[in-house]
Design a binder for this molecule. Structure first.
Ligand code: ADP
Length: 483
């Protein structure tokens, strides 16, 4: 892997604690999912070391909070610039450890960096408020202050961006940060630490602690009284565990959890645009994002035409090693991920669905899987309630608007949803009726640092991105003054 990088020093196997790159208690192996070969032995940080990182963050945070917003903006901007200057190397590292095609990895680096850029700007705009006094001699002022030390736990599907969209607002607000990356993808995180140091982010303000013992580190984050904020992206199940653990010290939590996104195509939709949107939405990152379409509902009048067109387009896409040119589908992250896709296909077939494309592990072997489309999907099938997180597009047929809204909302999740339609009153009605934090209307791609990303129901708490995103790292304090 080193030989593929312009700057090999970006490939860092050590943890980054208090401004120093350090060894762990041992190491754990990181494999390339496209080839199965081990590409790095990464520092395995113990719970004791995590405690040291938290203590260092605490000390550093006190000074960092004294910096002006503009001063913090300066080094964050530098960090952003370094990410973009090293975009290609960061993308190669990301693809090597995670598998997504290089073009998507480049996109993720730009997306991840955009959170640092955006929140660097927002560091200067943490405004307070004055409120008219309630008595003649009283003056009321509201100030916003950093929460303190924030700790993150992030997944493997966006090894760069899931960290930056937490660290960006945290650092901008004046918090210090301890990141525990997913054990599948720690190298994108340690590369960020290399660049943070070069950008001049002070020692202890940004720490990266790769660790194989996720639950031990999670407990430390929840039980250590220094940590005042936990920010998590991952499954709803682990989110629940962390919320329970965090309850003991009433810790502030942001949770970006699972989704089960509906993608609805009405008869009056632009068919070509809807097919394009569905492909980007369903198959980006091989279906391994929490905002990927999981259930595709197509109105009866265009169901067959939609299915035929989707099949034609997806059949032309290429599966392979993401580091090679012209690949749209990399491998899945693990054998367990493959098993889940297989189970969902088998269950659907049992219950009467028809596989019109793919349906099997790819002939490339490993964790490669054929992009798959099934027709005749029904609410009884497993994917109706459970996110597949893989390259399986189930097509449900519906007749009326009311019927599809009911089906779309029939889930404990509420992250992203999508629909294609032209009739203006329908657009408003459906957008308002969908119980989701995000609604894509005539588009399959909704992620941007400029907008508040987050879910309702059991998809999470809090928002990331936009000017709202920094609020998750700030406390409000009200000053009541008698004059
Ligand atoms: P995914 O399906 O994306 O792996 P998970 O919720 O299982 O979703 O994992 C998200 C992150 O949470 C990963 O970094 C994982 O290592 C971590 N994790 C898993 N279990 C726990 C736990 N009990 N406590 C803390 N972190 C955990």
């Amino acid at each position: 892997l080193k030989s593929l990088l312009k700057d090999p020093s970006l490939l860092e196997e050590r943890a980054y604690i208090n401004g120093a790159f350090v060894a762990g208690e041992g190491t754990f192996a990181v494999a390339n999912p496209a080839r199965g070969d081990v590409i790095a032995q990464v520092a395995d940080v113990s719970r004791m070391q995590a405690r040291e990182a938290i203590a260092a963050a605490n000390t550093a945070q006190k000074e960092w909070a004294k910096w002006t917003g503009k001063e913090r903006a300066g080094v964050l901007r530098k960090w952003f610039d370094l990410m973009m200057e090293n975009q290609e190397d960061l993308a190669v590292i990301l693809t090597a450890e995670m598998g997504k095609p290089l073009a998507e990895a480049r996109g993720e680096i730009a997306y991840g960096a955009s959170f640092i850029e955006f929140f660097a700007e927002e560091a200067k705009r943490v405004y307070g408020e004055t409120i008219p006094g309630h008595q003649r001699d009283k003056r009321i002022t509201v100030i916003k202050q950093p929460i303190g030390v924030a700790a993150s736990i992030t997944p493997w599907n966006f090894p760069n961006a899931m960290i930056t969209r937490k660290a960006g607002p945290a650092l901008a607000a004046g918090c210090a940060f301890v990141a525990r990356p997913a054990s599948e993808t720690p190298l994108s995180a340690t590369a960020l630490a290399v660049l943070a140091e070069r950008a001049g982010i002070p020692a202890g303000v940004f720490n990266v602690i790769p660790a194989s013992d996720a639950s031990g580190i999670g407990k430390e984050f929840c039980e250590n009284p220094i940590v005042r904020k936990l920010t998590f992206t991952g499954s709803t199940n682990v989110g629940r565990i962390l919320l329970r653990q965090a309850a003991d010290q009433v810790m502030k939590c942001s949770m970006e959890l699972g989704g089960n996104a509906p993608f609805i195509v009405f008869d009056d939709a632009d068919l070509d645009a809807a097919v394009e949107g569905a492909i980007m939405c369903k198959f980006r990152n091989n279906g391994q994002t929490c905002v990927c379409a999981n259930r595709i509902y197509v109105q009866a009048g265009i169901y067959d035409a939609f299915a035929a067109k989707l099949k034609e387009k997806v059949a032309a896409m290429k599966v392979g090693d993401g580091l090679e040119d012209g690949i749209q589908f990399g491998p899945l992250i693990s054998d367990a991920a493959v098993k889940k896709v297989e189970d969902h296909i088998a269950d659907a077939k049992d219950k009467g669905a028809e596989v019109i494309l793919g349906g099997n592990p790819s002939e490339l072997g490993g964790t490669f899987f054929e992009p798959t489309i099934v027709t005749g999907a029904t609410p009884e099938m497993a994917f109706a309630q459970d996110e597949t997180f893989g390259p399986l597009a189930p097509l449900f047929k519906f007749e009326t608007e009311d019927e599809v809204i009911e089906m779309a909302n029939d889930t404990i999740f509420g992250l992203a949803s999508y629909f294609y339609a032209k009739d203006l009153s329908r657009v408003y009605k459906v957008a308002e009726a969908l119980e989701y934090g995000i609604v894509g209307i005539n588009t399959g791609i909704i992620s941007t640092e400029m907008a508040p990303f987050g879910g309702v129901k059991q998809s999470g708490l809090g928002r990331e991105g936009s000017h709202h995103g920094i609020e998750d790292y700030l406390e409000m304090k009200y000053l009541c003054m008698s004059v």
